[in-house]
Write a protein that binds this ligand. Structure first.
Ligand SMILES: [Zn+2]
Length: 192
């Protein structure tokens, strides 16, 4: 059975349209002996990430896989804590030392699927987790905040607003609990 645990709850503070503070969420998936971390938050949240992992009973060295939803700094700030982990990001995000490039949607382990959800960036990727009683989608900035979902507006930073909205639609069709890039999880709307 797959368990989903929000380790760091991300934050996005705007002043008008300007982002003044950004720390991503970091989410742990536990499945049997496997530990998969989706995003690492920002360097400012390192102590919180380490403390909360410790409370869960997971050492950084026990994280097997780190999935990066995209390569923005507020999501990858603590990557160096996981030197032994397999690291995955979409190929469109670019070539980074030590990071495997994902080219197709794939099942990472049973019930945990990587899904291309472009629009915020070209290589934005979400992680779909079947926990048995719910389907979670860990979206990164494909859905940065609940507000983007509730008002149905694309991420303020995007390469293509229509593409971003179609990825949001895809996420809401597949999952019933959304863990956005920044902020608390919420229940997804009916498909748009
Ligand atoms: Zn981003």
């Amino acid at each position: 059975m797959n368990r989903v645990i929000l380790v760091v709850t991300g934050l996005l503070n705007r002043d008008g349209n300007q982002i003044v503070e950004a720390h991503s969420s970091a989410t742990l998936i536990l499945s049997g002996n496997a530990a998969i971390l989706v995003d690492t938050s920002s360097i400012e949240r390192r102590a919180e990430l380490l403390n909360n992992l410790e409370e869960i009973g997971i050492l950084p060295s026990q994280v097997d896989v780190v999935v990066l939803t995209h390569m923005h700094h507020d999501h990858i700030g603590n990557l160096e804590l996981f030197p032994e982990a397999r690291k995955l990001a979409r190929v469109e995000e670019g070539d980074f030392d030590g990071i495997e490039q994902i080219t197709n949607d794939m099942e990472l382990i049973p019930g945990v699927t990587l899904m291309h959800t472009p629009g915020h960036t070209e290589g934005s990727m979400s992680v779909v987790v079947d926990s048995g009683d719910a389907t979670y989608v860990i979206t990164g900035d494909a859905i940065p905040t609940k507000d983007n979902h509730d008002r149905w507006i694309p991420p303020g930073i995007n390469i293509d607003p229509e593409l971003a909205l179609s990825s949001m639609k895809c996420i809401c069709q597949i999952g019933n609990i959304v863990i956005p890039g920044h902020g608390e999880p919420f229940t997804s709307c009916d498909e748009r």
